[in-house]
Design a protein around this ligand. Structure first.
Ligand SMILES: *Cc1c(COP(=O)(O)O)cnc(C)c1O
Length: 422
């Protein structure tokens, strides 16, 4: 089921008022839903000592949302300087932050290790020598290559740019030891939007196998493993949700077996983005045009600048016409934005009830990789973000981008250069 019926029952009755007050388009996030999912996740893994979720900041980098994650005791998975700054602004310090960058530059290392530091998760063996002031605690991102077929979405690990290869992994820790590392973690991320829980159980087993191998070679213990993000959500009404209980029970078994064999088990971390917030956001947009040519089109006041997953990945996002949820879906529409790109469509050949201009459409499951992926092509600007709070009030948590923001980079001091001819 895309978005919870609870979120609908909280949002749809007030949608018209919200649209009158804030105007469309906007993303709106559901505090109650996000907190419920967070508590469910903690509960599911409560048998694993030291379990921690590191929210993937890139999924929804808004300080109000990140503040909620911090309140739930979660850390943050960052991969850029801005994400580090946002996480530190909500109080994250040191091991509250996992810095999982790739193709990293010096400035990023400096920012990551400065200001209270982080858990440094290195993406490549060649980076070991590039880190100045090598930290005591280090982690590597492991890429299993041909040892694992990727899930459907992320593809084949052999073709993925991330991580150290299987052949390099022991050497990576050996070199890190030489540079002074005394505490160790292991990370991987081999799935995206995976709904089959057994794939995640295999990932837990895989990282513990690597821990065992490296430990035996180098005589070290691992403090944690991080099984990455990639926990899926059902975007389509016919899809079934990830079975969190079955998954956690099996993963707990895998850790118990490790502990029985080795006398200890590393802590388990994960870094979900989508699973935490994806279903708890909605994009509300107003139908402003309709045209009938070879197909029927409904033009709305949002476009790919608000949500590019449909255009970029052909991703399905369920759509309700608010107030018409119970009417027959007896029309077939393409729901389109105004970008001069034909993939600027939120839905293609979608059965929906008859839409009138002025109707409000709710595009589901935009709480992760929604606003965050927005862009400015065609000078179409990014929309505002709202939070539906637990007390039923609504708060603006990001204003809409304005023309002044777009034009700001065209205001700068003169800087001309004349190359020497020689
Ligand atoms: C994108 C990303 C995540 C989050 O992925 P979701 O699909 O949102 O769970 C976690 N870890 C890393 C390293 C990522 O790049």
């Amino acid at each position: 089921m895309p978005i919870s019926t609870d979120f609908k029952s909280r949002l749809y009755p007030i949608a018209t008022q919200l649209v009158e007050h804030y105007g469309t388009p906007f993303h709106i996030y559901d505090e109650i839903g996000i907190r419920q999912t967070g508590e469910e996740l903690k509960q599911a893994f409560s048998e694993l000592d030291g379990f921690r979720e590191y929210y993937a900041v890139k999924a929804l980098p808004n300080p109000r949302i990140l503040g909620m994650m911090a309140e739930m005791g979660f850390g943050f998975d960052c991969s850029s300087i801005a994400e580090l700054i946002l996480s530190r602004q909500v109080g994250a310090r040191g091991e509250d932050i996992m810095f999982t960058s790739n193709n990293t530059n010096q400035k990023e290392f400096e920012t990551a290790l400065g200001e209270g530091g982080c858990i440094l998760n290195l993406d490549d063996i060649s980076l070991i020598d590039k880190v100045k002031n090598f930290p005591e605690l280090v982690c590597f991102r492991y890429n299993p290559g041909p040892k694992r077929t990727g899930n459907v979405i992320i593809g084949n690990p052999v073709e993925a740019k991330y991580g150290v290869s299987h052949e390099q992994v022991v050497d990576a820790y050996r070199q890190a030891q030489k540079r002074g590392a005394r505490r160790f973690g292991l990370h991987t991320m081999v799935a995206s939007n995976e709904l089959d829980y057994t794939y995640m159980v295999e990932t837990a087993r895989m990282v513990l196998d690597i821990v065992e191998m490296v430990s035996n070679e180098l005589n070290i213990e691992f403090e944690f493993v991080n099984i990455g993000g990639g926990f899926g959500i059902p975007y389509h009404p016919d899809q079934k949700a990830l079975d969190l209980e079955a998954m956690s029970a099996k993963i707990v078994d895998v850790f118990s077996a490790f502990k029985a064999k080795h006398g200890y088990a590393p802590k388990m971390y994960m870094e979900s983005g989508r699973y935490m917030t994806g279903p708890h956001g909605c994009l509300l947009t107003t139908a402003i045009n309709h045209k009938n040519i070879y197909r029927k089109y409904i033009g709305v006041d949002a476009c790919m600048s608000s949500l590019m997953r449909p255009g970029m990945y052909d991703a399905y996002h369920h759509i309700d016409v608010i107030g018409k949820e119970d009417r027959a879906a007896d029309q077939v529409y393409d729901i389109v934005g105004s970008l001069c790109e034909n993939n600027d469509k939120f839905a293609v050949q979608r059965p929906l009830p008859k839409i009138a201009e002025g109707d409000i459409l709710a595009i589901h499951d935009t709480g992760a990789h929604g606003h965050a992926m927005g862009f400015q092509y065609n000078a179409r600007l990014r929309p505002q973000e709202l939070l539906l709070r637990a007390d039923g009030t609504v708060e603006l948590i990001r204003r809409a981008e304005m023309l002044e923001d777009y034009l700001a980079t065209l205001s700068f001091s003169d800087n001309r250069f004349k190359p020497q001819r020689g």
